[in-house]
Design a protein around this ligand. Structure first.
Ligand SMILES: [Zn+2]
Length: 335
């Protein structure tokens, strides 16, 4: 899977939001409305989508318990508010031609011609969904912030979970983001089968051989479930063979989360049972990254990141584009 450059997506988010956006977690309802969403509603059957009609776009989301997943979907749909008019997405064509032209002009004027062109090209090459995913990552945890988090992270799984709560992102998204800064970790989410086997239902930043039909067997020398994080010997089994490694494990309800260190995997796979490790298609370094932009982040639990509260000033906010009637980033009843 190829990706547009982080520098491009970062520049798009910078252009779409007016000020520094290092005050995390970002407030997404006002972001969506400033980008033109008329409403954010929780009545989707699927995870979420943007419905374009002549009185403006509405973002529809499914009610999900996971704050991180809900925010990721809302941030992804914020990306659609910019990308759909540029690529003339099918759903966008539900609007009248006059409104289509008007939205296209507004997005182009917000981003500028050059950036609009680059974003359109990226969406055509890499796909609208991929671009909106990266937009979501950049909105929720800007790359320059992720660098600070990655540098300061001790490598503990528990701390990773605390950081995910702190930034209101899913553990999976945080792992992807930190690996895009500096590869080195693989995260597995496991569920037990009725036969008592542990199957990976999600693999994040895994080497190619570890991406499908992964089963884990744990040493029996501990009692499930346990609090906190433990280092446990794990037998990984895939279609390509088996491998025993030390892993950090935490129990989360009926789920087991396993953090594997890539150097461990690579060192242990030297016996020849596993195929050579393919390089992950990670995002490249941020070409235009300026060291002076890098915030100093306090990342201990409960600390906050200094910085201005993001205020959204955009050309989109004028002329009735901020006509949101409801503010529903959180599910009803949770506000
Ligand atoms: Zn989408």
């Amino acid at each position: 899977m190829t990706s547009p450059s982080i520098a491009l997506i970062s520049a798009v988010v910078d252009a779409a939001l007016s000020t520094r956006r290092d005050a995390l977690p970002i407030e997404l309802n006002s972001t969506a409305r400033a980008l033109g969403a008329r409403d954010v509603l929780y009545r989707a059957q699927t995870q979420g989508y943007t419905r374009w009609s002549d009185d403006g776009p509405r973002i529809l989301l499914a009610l999900t318990r996971s704050d991180g997943r809900r925010r990721a979907t809302l941030a992804h749909e914020c990306g659609h508010l910019l990308v759909d008019p540029l690529v003339q997405a099918e759903s966008f064509l539900q609007m009248s031609p006059a409104n289509q032209q008007s939205w296209n002009r507004k997005v182009t004027s917000l981003l500028g011609y050059d950036l609009s062109d680059q974003l359109t090209t990226a969406a055509r090459i890499h796909g609208v969904e991929r671009v909106c995913d990266l937009f979501s990552h950049e909105l929720l945890l800007p790359f320059r912030c992720a660098r600070g988090v990655r540098d300061a992270w001790t490598g503990e799984l528990n701390e990773l979970r605390e950081l995910a709560n702190q930034y209101r992102v899913s553990l999976s998204m945080l792992a992807i983001r930190l690996n895009s800064v500096q590869p080195g970790y693989t995260l597995l989410t496991l569920k037990a089968t009725p036969q008592g086997r542990w199957i990976a239902v999600r693999t994040i930043s895994a080497p190619r051989w570890l991406r499908s039909r992964v089963q884990c067997t744990f040493d029996d020398a501990h009692n499930w479930p346990f609090d906190g994080e433990r280092r446990i010997s794990v037998l990984l089994e895939t279609a390509h063979g088996s491998l025993r490694v030390e892993a950090s494990v935490i129990c989360a309800g009926l789920t087991r989360i396993v953090l594997l260190r890539r150097p461990d995997l690579e060192a242990n796979s030297g016996e020849g049972r596993m195929p050579a490790f393919a390089q992950l298609p990670l995002d490249g370094p941020m070409k235009n990254f300026s060291p002076h932009l890098r915030p100093s982040l306090g990342i201990s639990a409960g600390s906050s990141i200094p910085g201005d509260t993001s205020k959204l000033v955009s050309t989109l906010s004028s002329g009735g584009w901020q006509a949101g009637r409801r503010s529903l980033e959180r599910a009803p009843g949770q506000e």
